[in-house]
Design a binder for this molecule. Sequence first.
Ligand code: SF4
Length: 332
Amino acid sequence: MNLVEVKDLVVRFRTDEGIVSAVNGVSFDIAVGKTMGLVGESGCGKSVTADAIMSILPDNGWIENGSIIYNSLHEGSFNVAELGKKDKKLELVHGKEMAMIFQEPSTSFCPVYTIGNQIIEAIALHTNIPKDEQREYCIELLHKVRISNPEQRIDEYPYQLSGGMRQRAMIAMALAGSPRLLIADEPTTSLDVTVQAQILNLLLDLQQELGMSMLMINHNIGIIAETTDMVGVMYLGKIVELAPTKELLANPMHPYTRDLFRSILQVTDQKGRKLAFIEGSVPDAYNIPKGCAYHPRCGQAIDGLCDTELPVNCDISDTHRVSCHLYNKRAQ
Ligand code: SF4
């Protein structure tokens, strides 16, 4: 059963340079109790997709097409794409059923209040826990996210906590309403490798313990491979490959997916310098190349086809789909 069903999602932004499509026909599901991952380089549309699901697009952005069906426990099924940002249904599910954590905890915490004040505010907003029990519940949450000495930390200000501790406190705040869906947008990118691993393990343990669904967003395919059940590989606003994580690891098919995997290998030249694998950079969103958007960087591009025609989605199996001319009958 799916908690979220995203279909043919198109998100656009109005900018000084004109209208740009950040997400171009994205479709995927988030199953109950499972983790879906979106991976790709900066600007590929993964965070915009998450913001559209949460209905927190900036004022110059809008959903042009497609649907985001959310199967709410309390409000029934509804299409997020059809609701205004201030719709009552969204207000009721935000925090209680859907929560989000970000790369930078300072976007969630105000520096002039203690973390306890701020988490207790979330508890008051998203739960029916009586006022005199909210502090105790906050300590319980801090304990759950493995913050040592939570009885003391609850009265500390965000600046008194290390980066990893602040991230844990932000997760505690997101958990206040016992959400069914947790969206984690690059939750560990600003942390060093050891703390990153601790936070990812914590998220996985919490997901198992609480039976949450998760949408994990990351630019690092290694992290996505370790933490998800299903992966969508995004390039310039499209999902170019979608597959169960194990299958993607065993059999990556899209040239971009393969290049992403290659790019995380620790291969060095004779002087010990790390080699870069993906040639070129992501094209400007205002000048998306004709045909397959990846063709200027793709080592397997077919002249006269990849540079002129958009590849269509090919179903490799019921759960594995790839958008590349290499798998079209016509190109074989
Ligand atoms: Fe490469 Fe062509 Fe496939 Fe695009 S469609 S990824 S250019 S082979």
